[in-house]
Design a protein around this ligand. Structure first.
Ligand code: HEM
Length: 338
């Protein structure tokens, strides 16, 4: 477990970087040499010590910088955090889940003392100490969802369950792969997934929803999703497309290794106790091609996946414009495997 927090940026001069340890534990998402959509869901947490799956909410060297980046995004656009009135209880459920998990898993970084509804929370990396009354919003500086997700890496969607469907009725979304909470809020599972090509016809969403409706409080689950991002930018939102979209045109054979990032989302699913809502954290990990290629097996597999991927998926994921340059770079980085 790391105790060092990087000083780095996810915009402007883009000083984001991964240590050798962060590269080693990067959640490489491919378990075969080809890729298509599937319901790739597994129990969570649980994984080798030191892996990104070990704990409920992974805290790594990017923690402090990611929270600073979220604060900048929220200052520019408060609509990145929204909660419909009936979701406040789900926000408290999420706050409890995160505080209890982090205090248990990282006792040197976080402490939670509870005396009835009087709670005392200490977050050492961010220098926060807060006494508050659980379920009393007047005792926190923000609503419960916003308060705790300003201190937790990853985006968060809170889904309300009704009519055998899930409704995106609250969220903190500042590091999304080109979708908008402000646009999707209030939509159901099939509505917000409507832009995804092929998956509905393949039956992926019917199966996924059926699974999610059956998730209970005893067991959480996870899945990995991925895309490609030029520059280590967390806020690739439609709202700010004018800032990051043109950067896709800056890729050359000379800079692709450093500027092209594989963006992996560790998505988890939690049934919440009081509200019966489903929490859906989406944790983003970024790793540039050059760093990925320090692992010859990853270089080999990524080359095959990106070379042979369905052009419709390459287009939807937004990297078709640079696919040839990426694939040529990876082809030139192949070394014989031991
Ligand atoms: C994409 C939300 C669960 C599969 C997306 C998008 C959103 C989203 C907002 C982007 C759609 C767009 O282009 O505007 C959610 C939420 C979930 C959830 C809130 C929690 C309930 C799942 C599950 C699956 C899944 C369980 C399982 C198969 C996909 C796929 C894509 C997608 C395949 C396309 C991703 C890509 O190609 O990069 N999801 N999703 N989602 N989702 Fe979900």
């Amino acid at each position: 477990m790391t105790r060092h927090f990087n000083t780095e940026t996810f915009r402007g001069d883009y000083t984001y970087h991964n240590s050798p340890e962060a590269i080693r534990r990067f959640p490489f998402p491919f378990d075969q040499d080809s890729y298509t959509y599937s319901v790739n869901i597994a129990p969570h947490p649980g994984g080798p010590a030191g892996s990104t799956f070990e704990f409920a909410f992974d805290v790594d060297e990017h923690y402090v910088a990611e929270m600073q980046d979220r604060a900048i995004t929220l200052a520019e656009d408060p609509n990145r955090c929204q909660s419909l009135p009936h979701m406040e209880l789900a926000g408290w459920d999420l706050l409890e889940l995160i505080m209890v998990s982090k205090a248990r898993d990282y006792p040197d970084l976080f402490t939670l003392n509870r005396d009835g509804d009087q709670w005392h929370w200490i977050n050492r990396p961010l220098g926060i100490e807060q006494r508050f009354a659980f379920l009393d919003p007047a005792t926190l500086p923000f609503g419960p969802l916003e308060y705790i997700t300003r201190q937790t890496q990853g985006d968060f969607a809170l889904l309300h369950e009704r009519d055998r469907n899930l409704w995106l009725d609250a969220g903190m979304i500042t590091s999304q792969a080109d979708w908008s909470l402000d646009f999707d809020v209030g939509m159901n599972f099939f509505e917000w997934h409507a832009p995804v090509p092929k998956a509905r016809q393949m039956g992926v969403f019917d199966k996924a929803l059926k699974f999610l409706l059956a998730v209970d409080q005893q067991q959480a689950y996870r899945r990995l999703n991925w895309t490609m991002t030029v520059n280590p930018r967390l806020d690739t939102s439609p709202e700010n497309y004018h800032k990051w979209g043109p950067e896709k045109r800056s890729i050359t054979p000379q800079n692709v290794g450093q500027k092209q990032f594989l963006r992996v989302e560790l998505q988890t699913f939690w049934r919440l106790p009081r509200s019966n809502a489903l929490a859906f954290p989406i944790r983003c990990y970024l790793c540039c091609l050059e760093d990925l290629c320090t692992n010859p097996e990853w270089a080999r597999r990524l080359h095959l996946v990106l070379r042979d991927i369905d052009p419709v998926l390459a287009d939807y994921k937004g990297f078709a414009v640079n696919q040839k340059t990426i694939v040529e770079y990876l082809a030139n980085r192949q070394v014989p495997l031991a």
